[in-house]
Design a binder for this molecule. Sequence first.
Ligand SMILES: [Zn+2]
Length: 428
Amino acid sequence: MNTLDVTWADRAGLARLQQDRLATALAAAKRSPFYAGRGVPGSRAELADYPLTTKADLRAGYPFGLLAVDRAELATYHESSGSSGVPTSSYYTPEDWRDLTERYARKHVGIRPDDMFLVRTPYALMITGHLAHAAARYRGATVVPADNRSLAMPYAKVVRLLHDLEVTLTWSLATDTLLWAAAARLAGRAPDRDFPALRALFVGGDPLGPAKKKRIAEIWNAPVVEEYGATETGSLAGECPSGRLHLWADRALFEVYDPDTGRCSPTGRGQLVVTPFQREAMPLLRYNLEDSVEVSDPDCGCGWGLPVVRVLGRSAWTVRDGAAELTQGDVEDLVFGLPAEYGVMFWRARAETDGLRIQIEVAAAHRAAAVRELGDAVDRAYGLPARIESLPPGGLVPERLLTTEPEVVKPRGLFHAGEDWNKALEYY
Ligand SMILES: [Zn+2]
């Protein structure tokens, strides 16, 4: 069951469906004070000349400037993570939630009633945790709500739950799965052998290159299934059985904006612009996510006639070093291109006056080889002098972060003689 709206191989059918649904989206936009003030385009042709909606527009409309329904009709209110700026509001009705849930549930490995689904993304304000939670419930799975921003869920506890509950599916940032792997080893468990129930790791929220994705799958002996979306839109793309990320073009209109020319096109490299079709509470017309992407329309082995997106990352995650422009993904590809037996999972890098400085965590036995090979790889790929520094395990991710289970308490007023009462109200 894929909740497909059309046979995705049928490109003509998809175009007709987009036409019909765009009419609904434009009608909804007329009820939004923001778009009513701007004037709403009447057709797809008029939409092509319509100004983009920017994050600045959303911020200026904080909190309810884009609300198109009565407040009593809202189901949830969210704010984005603000990883590259001030937070923005978004809100959804129960009908909007139906669309959100279906889109997330389109996982090619399926979400089943017998699944134990660990949701390890934030529940506070952002949509990500709620999205996975709702999709898992919709498919009848059992949800284990395991927020990654809560002090009640340290890594040691995640590992205990993964193992003891025989968790079958997880949803998290890709990097979080590496932290679980390190925590599992410190708890005496082998990630590739001691978690046999694990069917798949669903990941999203940070750009994921092929080398890192492959490494995570090897470490956990389970497929990594990627997802791309935003709090303002929900899921926008999901992975097909051939491992490509396809845009959900039956649920939104996608364009690529080139900031240099100011032009939009259906494919190419630039910033992703989206017009979601199903939006009662907060219609969005040509919303620029400001995520750097490459969209193409290949004949994919999966047979889906949906465009393919490669997420290159936020522009905030790009540094210039000499003549080279590097994204986080560029460096990550090289780090995870090191042989698996070196065991390198954690790294950080900074552009400094004398070149790129990269630190990696690596055990003593592989230190010399890892440093030499990574330095050569940076030089080969970018012609950059890179200073590679090796840190012993624990040097970037402290062991206590992976092993301790901090006590979670409640506010408390009355204490015994000699007890520490400083935590009375500062209790977490
Ligand atoms: Zn495909």
